[in-house]
Design a protein around this ligand. Sequence first.
Ligand code: PEP
Ligand code: MN
Length: 364
Amino acid sequence: MSSDKTFADIQPLFDFDIDGPLVVAGPCSAESAEQVAVTARGVADCGVRVFRAGAWKPRTQPGQFEGMGEKALPWIRKACAETGLIPMVEVATSSHLFMALRAGIKAFWIGARTSANPFAVQEIADTLAALPAEKRAEITMLVKNPANPDLELWIGALQRIYRSGVRRLGAVLRGFSMYGEHRYRNVPEWRIAFELHRRIPQLPILCDPSHISGERDMVEPLSHQALSMGFDGLIIETHCNPAEALSDSAQQIIPAQLNELIRSIGTSCRDSEIAGLDALRAEIDDIDDALMAILARRMKVAREIGRLKREANVPVVQPIRYKKLMEERLGQADAIGISDDFIRKIFGALHEESVRQQIEIQGK
Ligand code: PEP
Ligand code: MN
C-alpha cells in the first residue's frame, strides 16, 4: 500500500490560524431561514469558525425528512455572511456539489453512506477535477468514514478526492453501524482511525461525537476522549431547539452546551496522560461493548432454547450437553493463551445464567 505517497501534499483545511483543535458546529439539517440564523449566531458566539448544516439528508428509511435541498443554501450563506462563519454542507452527488458551489459554498463533507459508494465519490471527484485550479485550491473536503468498518474503502474515498486535485482534505470518524444493540448509535472502532493515522500521518482526522453517540449527554465526554487520543478536531451537531429538530433530535446540543464543551476542552488537552494509554483504553471499551452485544445475543438464543424445552417438556439442565460444551472450550484455551481455570469460570458462569433464564421461562 503506497497510500502515504498519494497524500504527499496535504494542505491545511482552512486559511485561518487554528488555535487548538478545529471545531465545526451547526445543525444536522438546515430547516428554516430562522433556525439557521439563530443557530449560526449561537455557534459564532462560542468562537467557532466553521458552520455545518445539511441541505440534503441521506436517510435510512423513506418518508423521513430528507432536507430542504437547494433552497436552504441561501439561508446558510446569509447566516454565515452575517456571523463571519465559514459554511460547510454535505454533498452526496455532483449535482449537490454544483448547487453548493453556485451558492458560493467552498467547504464540504462527504457522509458515511456516500463514502461507502465509490461511484458517488468518483462522480464528486470528477466534478472537482473539472473546476479551474484556482477554484479547486479553495475547496475544503472532509470525508467521513464509510458506514461499514472498511478502512480500505475509507482510504479509497480519500484517494479519489485527493486525485481530483483537492488538497485541503481531512477525515472524520463518525462511527460504524453494526448489527445488534450497542452503547453507541455508531460504534467508534477507534483503532480504525488510529490505523488511518498510522498510514497517512499528515491527514487531519476529526471526530464526530454526535453521530457516534446518538445522544446529547455523551457528546461532551466523547469529545474529551477523542481530543485526548489526538484527534485534530470535532464536528458537533448544534441546534437552537433540538427538541423540534427534524433530524437527529436526540443528539443535538444547544449553543450554550457547545460553549461549555469548548471551554472545557482546554483542560482536557492539558492532561498529560501516558502516551498511548487513552487509545488502548478506548480499544478496550470497544471490545467490551462488543462483548456485551455478544452476551445479549447468547442469552437471547438460550431463552429460545428454553422455550423449545418447555414445549417438549424436557428439563432445563442436560449434564451431557454441558460437559461437551466445557470440554470443547477447554480444548481451545491453550491455543489462545488463556488458562483452563479462567475458561472454566467464564463458561460455568455463562451456563449458570442461561439456566437461570431458562428456568424463568419454564416458570411462566
Ligand atoms: C450528518 O452529518 O448529519 C450525517 C448525515 O452524517 P453521517 O454521514 O455521519 O450519518
Ligand atoms: Mn445528523
